[in-house]
Ligand binder design. Sequence first.
Ligand code: C2O
Ligand code: CU
Length: 461
Amino acid sequence: MTVGPVIDRRMFLAGATAFAMASGPARADSTPQLVARPGKARLLSTDYPETPIWGYNGGVPGPELRLKQGERLVQRLVNNLPQASSVHWHGVRVPNAMDGVPGMTQDAVPPGGQFTYDFTPPDAGTFWYHSHNQSTEQIARGLYGLLIVEEIDPPEVDHDISVVLDDWRLSETGAITEDFDRMHDWTHAGRIGNFTKAALLPQVSRLRRNERLRLRLVNVAVDRIMVIGLHGMAGAIVALDGMPLRVPERTDHVILGPAQRADFIVDVTAEEGEQALLAIHERDEAFVLSHFDVGASGQSVSRGPIAPLPPNPLAPLATTQGAQMARLVMEGGAMGGLRQGIWKGEVLSVRDLVAEGQIWTFNGVAGLPETPLIEVPVGEIVEVPMQNDTAFPHAMHLHGHHFQERLADGSLGPLRDTILMDRGETRSIVFRADNPGDWLLHCHMLSHQKAGMKTWIRVTT
Ligand code: C2O
Ligand code: CU
């Protein structure tokens, strides 16, 4: 992996100043910038100080980038952090060089450095961008934002609201605790926070009965799985991980692993004077994340049925004939019974693995293997049966592609980019490898990824 030069605080500041001058008003270049830098956010009530964060343009979430389908995205990452960084466009089928993976698709951008991302997202939907370097720390500190690609012909709604769900680990003074590297977290369910927050964009707080909403739920937490319930509104999921469902799924809740998204279209059913709520459900309890005061209806009846979103260019697979198989066995973690693992080409005992900060393996290997899980020519269909031989759930994410799960009855599930697997489960994903390049396949519980759960595939031209 390429890492930026070691720079001390004084040099960093000097570098930042030099950059600020270079990018001053005299400069004619109008490329939009995502400046990764320290900032402050009001996460807790005003009884607490603001929380120091790292954010794009200093805020958390970062700016919500909105494009029309077919429009080009150009964003220059400017790194004003004390660490190297990069931006990954999660769920977007980007050209490989734009994927933002240090050591694989680009060099990490050193402090004071920059990198321009330039591509046209092919699919409409709800996506997000986040740091892909030291992500257990950088995402926990707030380096993420949403990328919304609007349909050419979007569904008619009264409000289109993004709901960015994060899980923070905060101290009594409201500061992010700097315990990003605790092996005890890594071997278990990850660095689970003590404060879950939903940031709404825009910040709507009043609704009317019978109004129709599009809610774009995005779980940006480093490790926490969230069960989100909708109360005082009724409707359906119309898209998962950015991709439209052929048939909207009527439900009042959704389970989102880290990085997963769900687009709901709902009508407000709460009566005037009541509240509509978004809640997180944990065991038998529910905690309110956001509430909306409901006013009198503008219209007496709700709108008609919820129609599917227009399809994206990526069509679900018609057949999986001739699929090339690549098995993946997941082992390790606490209570996993792992005895040894390969790390950097050598077989290590668990003790020695732990000393390297590693505790999870894919096919016996901790960390990125030298050779890909599979190498296929572009256009081939690939099937990856994944067996979770660990005592924890995992959220497996494939870069550059959307896949479908092969369900128990042999049919294929909806297109997704991240799949939540419970402990002991085997689930098989299948996709057309239609995007040339080297692509990561990893657990999006970032603590697990850091402690070993990653591999890659190669799609050749
Ligand atoms: Cu959301 Cu490898 O990333
Ligand atoms: Cu995991």
